[in-house]
Design a protein. Structure first.
Lengths: 348, 348
């Protein structure tokens, strides 16, 4: 499939004006006939100084006329801190569940007066990434997935971050932790399939890189749930592609599995279709269980069973960030998000 | 479904050290026994000044010991510009296609030495949003969807943004435009269904807010493709919920439609399932056509027909940004992305 990006000829009307030099608060002060401090008071809405309404209006009109906007970085340099909460953009492919979580969190932090900035630090890892984030001098850093080590956290704190919060499977020294219980997701899946009488259980692990921090504890959770029982666990790497699913399905009978827990609903839907195309009856021959409770799983026949996972509420997480910013000496807290539950439909 | 966030008691080992004051380049200079200018030369990798390797090492060791990191904002204040490309986080729900586009773009801009920052300006619109972005003094702004008006663009440019690029259905004065041809998507859909002999064609328009900039031109494109023919177009608002789809399907025969083009594959899959549950035969009674070419559409039976849409290549877009940053006087360019094509499977 090809795509074409065609340049459209310019109309004279849309020609660019040569950019003027960037107006400063000194320009505004000059035009309004006031001091720079007054400009700063008015435009940054500092309540402290008493300035008459006509003066305020003059300053605002001058700023409007010149197109002057305060400089967030200059303001935070003066204030010694910013209101910027930095969130490294996750390095793993983001599903709809996670997307909703991010939106809710941004909204909740916005309400508390923070500016959320997502930083795409492609190719940077661990403490090297922490250094890049520190250069932006955020007041707090919220790291999804596996983040910086203890040195990275210390570096961020020394660069003025009043709080570092990780949201993932593990705790990092010096940082607040919101621990997602992926182990519990696997445990829940293993226990459900065992209770349904299944004993030879496959676990689909994505072949795509970046998802290991989530897939490994899920697999471990299944194993833990079945330890000491007569059930067996088989790890099944699978790429998110039709061909890979068809290949796995073609050799399915060799494995002799009577159940499979896929990493998430998308992998489960992909594999279930491939198994059906191979004549494997779901759930009679093999039970299929996903995770994430996506709506699309309900559209398949049989309807996909799944593990419903609760992510932390954006509001709770925003409150934790705010509390830590207000009290930078707050001892690191660890919060465990518990919320895996089976949604049994027709495929298990 | 409830979720629980439980605080785990602290172990003494993880207690937070009281944060020290933020180290400055002056601290580094003092410890290394050099000037602040030397610290700046070494740590910002300015090639201009000749500094001996032992001195460089001393500065780096001192920075390491103190945990000093250069301040990006201070550096950009000195330099007069930053390398930050600001991308407002889109206000609409992001699908997998768009998510991939964003990742590719971040990667391409990262390779060119830019730092991509996604800004979550929840609740801000038009020129008000442009003002908030301008405060961060980005060197370029890349706006997905419908963005600021001409005043907002002018404001951003005056605040030092060397380029403003919009990626959406419309052109904004003063900004470079990458025009996505959503009209063409609808046109392609209408022409396909007409060629398949369908004459009473429904168009699903999402009931969710924020998607109008995309859904309106798609509907208009269908209408344009069928103008002057004997075909009729019916607009069908639909919320992305099973119940809404079931209600629409229950009254389906009333509409007497022999085809439906849904806004995207997700809406198409939702509606197709509801129609099947009502006993509507696909495609015999009603043809169903989606858009986006998601893999999941291939997993349904009948396999979902779709419109494959090409988004601009991240690399091309990154090149446009870079070209505009290097030459701020560059007249605004408009690029049209052409790439809608039918992928006919079994549902149409």
């Amino acid at each position: 499939m090809r795509y074409v990006m065609v340049q459209i000829p310019n109309t004279p009307a849309s020609a660019s004006p040569a950019p003027r030099s960037v107006p400063t608060s000194a320009d505004v002060a000059r035009l309004a006939g006031v001091s720079r401090a007054t400009v700063s008071y008015v435009l940054n809405n500092t309540g402290a100084a008493r300035i008459s309404e006509p003066t305020r209006r003059r300053v605002r009109e001058a700023a409007e006329e010149l197109g002057y906007v305060p400089h967030a970085a200059a303001r935070s340099l003066r204030a010694g801190h910013s209101r910027m909460v930095l969130m490294p953009a996750p390095a793993f492919p983001v599903g709809p569940l996670y997307g909703r979580f991010i939106s809710e969190l941004q909204w909740a932090l916005g309400r508390l007066g923070y500016t959320v900035v997502q930083y795409g630090s492609v190719g940077l890892h661990g403490d090297e990434a922490a250094r890049a984030w520190a250069e932006l001098r955020p007041v707090a850093v919220l790291v999804p997935g596996s983040g910086p080590g203890p040195r990275g956290v210390a570096l961020l704190r020394r660069a003025g971050a009043r709080a570092v919060v990780t949201v993932g499977p593990e705790r990092v020294e010096g940082a607040h932790a919101v621990l997602l219980d992926h182990d519990g997701v696997g445990h829940c899946a293993g226990a459900h399939l065992y209770a349904r009488g299944r004993r030879r259980i496959g676990v689909v692990v994505p072949a795509e890189p970046g998802l290991e921090p989530f897939s490994r504890p899920r697999l471990a959770g299944v194993r833990a749930a079945l330890r000491g029982t007569d059930a067996e666990v088989t790890e099944l790497p699978l790429a998110y592609e039709e061909r890979a699913a068809a290949e796995l399905a073609a050799s399915w009978r060799r494995f002799g599995l009577d159940a499979v827990f896929a990493y998430n609903d998308e992998y489960a839907m992909l594999l279930m279709r491939a198994l059906q195309d191979e004549g494997v009856r779901i759930p009679d021959d093999t039970a299929v269980l996903g995770a994430d409770d996506l709506m699309l799983g309900r559209l398949l026949r049989p309807r996909l069973s799944t593990i419903h996972i609760e992510l932390p509420a954006g509001r709770d997480l925003a409150d934790l960030v705010d509390r830590a910013v207000r009290d930078p000496g707050l001892a690191p807290e660890a919060h465990q998000v518990l919320g895996a539950s089976v949604v049994r439909r027709e495929s298990s």
